[in-house]
Design a protein around this ligand. Sequence first.
Ligand SMILES: Nc1ncnc2c1ncn2[C@@H]1O[C@H](COP(=O)(O)OP(=O)(O)OP(=O)(O)O)[C@@H](O)[C@H]1O
Ligand SMILES: [Mg+2]
Length: 168
Amino acid sequence: MSFELVTAGPEQTFRAGEGLAPLLVAGDVVLLEGPLGAGKTRFTQGLAKGLGIAQPLTSPTFVLMNEYQGRLMLYHIDLYRIEAEAEAVELGLDDYFFGDGVCVVEWPDRAPSAMPAGHLLIRLEHASESSRCLTFAAAGPRAEALLPEYMQALVAGAVPSRGGVSDG
Ligand SMILES: Nc1ncnc2c1ncn2[C@@H]1O[C@H](COP(=O)(O)OP(=O)(O)OP(=O)(O)O)[C@@H](O)[C@H]1O
Ligand SMILES: [Mg+2]
């Protein structure tokens, strides 16, 4: 199953992240794919707010990972600058993926073999200068349970945007 959402500006992408946060449990992994400026960090900032994190979330580009304490720990990982997939393996990400918090990974496609099999994949694409198309896809039983819950939350008004549901 997959689900598509068009956001009309950065605030709506933020709200989409914020709306996901209450549904998350420890061990959940969210992978954010998409080109530079697609809104991956903006989505994560909303998610952080939804987890009750007051501290500003900045891009971890130079340190690869930042952690924040909210309702759950949030591990924000950005693999943009890794030079080889082995570098991601050396980070020992599994300790975070299967740990006590929620992981959000930007640029997971830089190290596909280091990503866990179970995850919620969000692909963000530019639809216009100020709109983005977000496509959500679930991998594994936990994400498959999470995605319909999230769709319901969005439809119930967590995000003031047109959402489209599609099979496939
Ligand atoms: N609908 C939208 N959703 C999200 N961001 C938007 C939207 N419209 C415009 N923007 C702008 O696009 C930029 C998105 O930046 P952001 O840092 O979130 O991208 P990113 O995907 O994390 O990029 P990078 O790969 O460099 O980390 C911001 O400047 C934001 O204001
Ligand atoms: Mg980013």
